[in-house]
Design a binder for this molecule. Structure first.
Ligand code: UGA
Length: 316
């Protein structure tokens, strides 16, 4: 592959680029270092890639770039660049979501309509489902997002479908379910919980803690994404989930075990934009991509805890 990875300095993008290079592919990585969280964290994500001759990095904003030039010679597009965060996506911030999740995606699809690629993998989200889909969620359930972020991801999926049907862009859509692990974004639950546990600070739980997630370890997410690039069925949507439905409260027991100390748990109100439950039916991904999640929540949380402990030692 001559792969383009957008959002390469992010949590999942950086792991994906490392895996692709490990498999012998060449990677062009792009990122615009949005200010959603610190640039220094994203630069750290890229540090091992930067010294690899199979990796070329360019700092660009997809909404302000000649995308035809960018995709020239690219065989596979992994479009992970996005404005993330379900709870942050209300009010004026929404314009960042429309620009980064819709305008950027449409521009990239347009470029791939002109210059054919073998696969265009789009990183979507479990947040397209909302609270009405039956559990476990199947890809053919009617999506009804409960956050503005989820609305933009759903609209971007529809753009992918549109460019596939009208222009033959070979899209494959992946719906990631709450991905965690080393380099996880600092606004996400496990990053906040583990860091607070390490530092002996309070942990804030939204609502009653009985909401559930199908937490997915980042290496499993990456395995599914690489497989989608090589043999995902064009035009199809796949759930990528970790394989179990766990409540926030139960996950906190594992966090406490990782930290080796009791947690100071405090309650906050339910947050607008949060789904109540997620749980993926991954039979399609298993059948077409050979995907089976391999990392248990306990193993995965230990790995994230170790990463954050090291970071805290360097930067207390
Ligand atoms: C995550 C990502 O942030 C989204 O970008 C992604 O699209 C989404 O997963 C998805 O899978 O579709 P979320 O499930 O909200 O969204 O992930 P976390 O931030 O890890 O939150 C997990 C749960 O912990 C939520 O119920 C949230 O309310 C709760 N939480 C989070 C807390 O109780 N306290 C916190 O400080 C943070």
């Amino acid at each position: 592959m001559n792969a383009l990875v957008t959002g390469v300095a992010g949590f999942i993008g950086s792991h994906l680029a490392e895996a692709l290079i490990g498999d012998g592919h060449k990677v062009i990585g792009v990122d615009c270092f949005t200010d959603y969280y610190e640039r220094s964290r994203k630069e750290a994500n890229l540090s091992s890639l930067m010294c690899n001759s199979s990796f070329k990095f360019t700092e660009i904003d997809l909404t302000e770039t000649d995308l035809a030039t960018l995709v020239a010679g690219v065989t596979h597009v992994f479009h992970l660049a996005a404005q993330p965060g379900v709870r942050h996506s209300w009010k004026r911030a929404f314009r960042e979501y429309t620009a980064r999740n819709l305008d950027a995606t449409q521009g990239l699809l347009e470029a791939c309509a002109e210059q054919p690629v073998e696969r265009f993998i789009f990183a979507s989200s479990s947040s397209v489902y909302g609270d009405h889909a039956a559990l476990p969620m199947r890809e053919d359930a009617s999506p009804l997002p409960v956050s503005p972020y989820g609305v933009t991801k759903l609209a971007a999926e529809l753009l992918c479908r549109l460019y596939h049907e009208t222009s033959g862009v070979p899209v494959v859509v992946l719906r990631y379910f709450t991905v965690y692990g080393p380099r996880q974004r600092p606004d996400m639950a496990f990053h906040r919980f583990l860091l607070a546990a390490i530092r002996g600070k309070p942990i804030y739980v939204y609502g009653d803690g009985r909401q559930t997630r199908d937490f997915t370890f980042v290496s499993d997410t990456v395995t599914a994404t690489v497989a989608a690039g090589t043999h995902g069925t064009v035009g199809r949507i796949y759930n990528v989930g970790g394989g179990s439905q766990v409540s926030v409260s139960d996950a906190l027991e594992i966090v406490a075990a990782c930290a080796g100390r009791p947690l100071d748990i405090q309650r906050k109100p339910c947050q607008r934009g949060d789904m109540r439950d997620t749980y993926a039916d991954t039979s399609l991904a298993q059948r077409d991509l050979g995907f089976t999640p391999t990392i248990s929540l306990t193993e995965g949380l230990r790995a994230e805890h170790e990463w954050l402990s090291q970071l805290s030692t360097v930067n207390p």
